[in-house]
Design a protein around this ligand. Structure first.
Ligand code: ARG
Length: 578
């Protein structure tokens, strides 16, 4: 669509130049002004001419009429009309068909992408669970939005570094060590894995702060013990270090199962602990620059002038904090990767934290502070219930995936019992259903997860999208080698579908500009709807005329390509048979 917009804008620019007005808009500006009308009856593109009337010093109606003339004879334009100060443009069906199909065929796996980010690097910090705490449904957002943004950036040419900034340091390890020594043993953890670790973690938290509901009294002495064990860890105590490493290893093995189901791989697992020895230099710099203030014994950076609470750098006992580590990590990453952009995906509960330390970096004179982007997302509840981590009232991601896979298996057993690789398909469709459902929402909105809705094969869901993809595969399998020399346009459904396919590159650009994977999810639904309409109303393999048949197979091939390119952008696998 963009190429056609460009051709049209170039002609419009000529038409405008002929009007002889100073400060006339250029081609780029005109491209941006071309709108997609809300309904197809009004054409495919529209130029609201009232926006030009001041610069061109003419009435919108007159501008529309003049510009309408300037489009005469342009091959991609089927019809141009001046209506009430709007220039409405309908593209030529034949032109669209030929050019869009050729474009998709030529660019193949790269259709929709671009070279825009070539030579530039983006670092993405996402997923980043806290070791030994449950990996629950609240992490779904950072994990799939983060990975989706990575895929999108790669698709437009950036080189990307995906970082899992593991929460592998902090007082929680002191707690876990105490709990392990008190209630745990090697065998139990080896057998129970991360679930046992989480159980110990929940148990010690309940013991320290007490739990009225369960009738457990608070035991603050245990909290002191935990702090002491963490301190020993910080000082390099061999026994505690070994336990710490082991806890991480066990947690990682578990996370990796989930990442594998989602098709996610990270380029770096450098977690919080990695930055222990990199913080002092930054703290010293803050001190040297006179940015640190002592407040009740703690060291802070005052951000009152920026309408934010102070950013905490050191606790009273001199220990470092979450922002301290983030600052050190950002400086390290800048030196290591020379990024042009660094994206952090977390829940919106952390928005203030990011705003604060971004500001501190700016005050420290790091000129690249404006290359840091925080991408927040809303909260998740399940069937209306809110979740709480510390007490163990959570839904684990792996359990959610497991439930979805089981349900899909049951549906498939009923619908298609002879399918060959059932387990693989059930996993792809089950996990894909959850990811798709989650990413259908604008990221900042809170979401209530309803499994039934996510798995509905007839709704606007992942299974429906995957089913549509499989349907294109089935048509193509039957069509074999049939190819198309010169496509001919014969049905309106063909053109409606082609127009949707033509918009993929712009959708990718929009998704990146807004850090919004839901643009792609919704786009996939548009493609699926247009294809299914086409599939039901137009004969494809049974079309009598050979050219019509070849054209329609080629259109199906294009749909297959576009869906195939789009799925991985939202962490969804594609299956040829369902
Ligand atoms: N581990 C943190 C959490 O689970 C998220 C880390 C986000 N990344 C960052 N650079 N702070 O809340």
């Amino acid at each position: 669509m963009l190429t056609m917009k460009k051709m049209i804008a170039a002609r419009l620019a000529e038409g405008i130049a002929a009007l002889g007005a100073p400060a006339a808009p250029g081609v780029e500006e005109l491209i941006a002004m071309l709108e997609y009308p809300p309904d197809e009856g009004m054409g495919d593109l529209a130029l609201p001419c009232f926006k030009l009337s001041r610069t061109l010093r003419r009435a919108p109606v007159q501008i529309a009429a003049t510009l309408c003339d300037s489009l005469q004879g342009l091959e991609c334009v089927g019809k141009a009309e001046a209506v009430n100060g709007y220039l409405n443009i309908t593209l030529s069906g034949q032109y669209l068909l030929e050019h869009v199909l050729a474009d998709i065929k030529e660019r193949g796996n790269r259709y929709g992408g671009s070279d825009e980010g070539k030579g530039k690097t983006v670092v993405l910090d996402y997923s980043s669970p806290n070791v030994a705490k449950p990996f629950h449904i609240g992490h779904l957002g950072t994990t799939v939005i983060g990975h989706s943004l990575k895929k999108l950036h790669e698709f437009v040419g950036y080189s990307c570094v995906g970082i899992n900034y593991l929460g592998d340091w902090g007082t929680q390890f002191g707690k876990l060590i105490v709990a392990y020594k008190k209630w745990g043993n090697k065998e139990m953890i080896e057998q129970g894995g991360i679930d046992k670790l989480v159980e110990l973690y929940v148990k010690i938290n309940n013991a320290i702060s007490g739990n009225e509901e369960k009738g457990i009294p608070a035991d603050p002495a245990l909290g002191d013990e935990a702090r002491a064990e963490f301190h020993k860890l910080e000082l390099g105590d061999e026994e505690n270090l070994a336990l710490w490493r082991w806890f991480i290893e066990i947690s990682l093995a578990e996370y990796e199962k989930t990442y594998r189901q989602l098709g996610i791989e990270f380029d770096s697992y450098k977690g919080e602990s990695f930055y222990t020895d990199k913080m002092p230099a930054q703290v010293q710099k803050l001190r040297d620059m006179g940015l640190l203030k002592i407040d009740d014994g703690a060291s802070i950076v005052d951000l009152e002038a920026y309408n934010m609470p102070p950013c905490l750098i050191l606790k009273r006992d001199g220990s470092t904090l979450y922002p301290t580590r983030d600052i050190a990590a950002a400086v390290y990453r800048k030196n290591e990767y020379h990024f042009d952009k660094a994206i952090y995906v977390t829940s919106n509960g952390q928005s203030l934290h990011f705003a604060q330390w971004f500001k501190v970096l700016e005050l420290m004179g790091y000129e690249w502070f404006d290359q840091l982007v925080h991408v927040p997302y809303g909260t998740v509840s399940i069937n209306g219930a809110k979740l709480a981590t510390r007490t163990g009232n959570v839904v684990l991601l792996k359990d959610l995936f497991k439930a979805a896979i089981e349900e899909v298996s049951a549906i498939m057993e009923e619908k298609n019992p002879d399918l060959e690789n059932k387990a693989e398909v059930a996993e792809a469709v089950g996990v894909g259903a959850i990811v798709f459902y989650y990413l259908s929402n604008s990221r900042i909105k809170d979401i209530n997860f309803v499994m039934e809705d996510a798995l509905n094969f007839d709704g606007n869901t992942g299974p429906y999208a995957q089913y549509t993809y499989a349907r294109t595969c089935a048509v193509l399998r039957k069509a074999g080698e049939l190819t198309c020399e010169k496509p001919v346009f014969t049905a309106p459904e063909e053109i409606s579908l082609i127009k949707v396919l033509a918009r993929f590159p712009e959708k990718v650009a929009n998704a990146i500009a807004d850090y919004e994977p839901s643009v792609i999810t919704r786009y996939i639904l548009d493609v699926a709807a247009a294809f299914n309409r086409y599939y039901h109303n137009c004969k494809i393999l049974s079309a009598e005329d050979e050219t019509v048949r070849a054209t329609r197979v080629e259109i199906t091939r294009a749909v297959n390509q576009v869906l195939g390119n789009a799925f991985p952008l939202i962490c969804m696998r594609k299956m040829e048979k369902i």
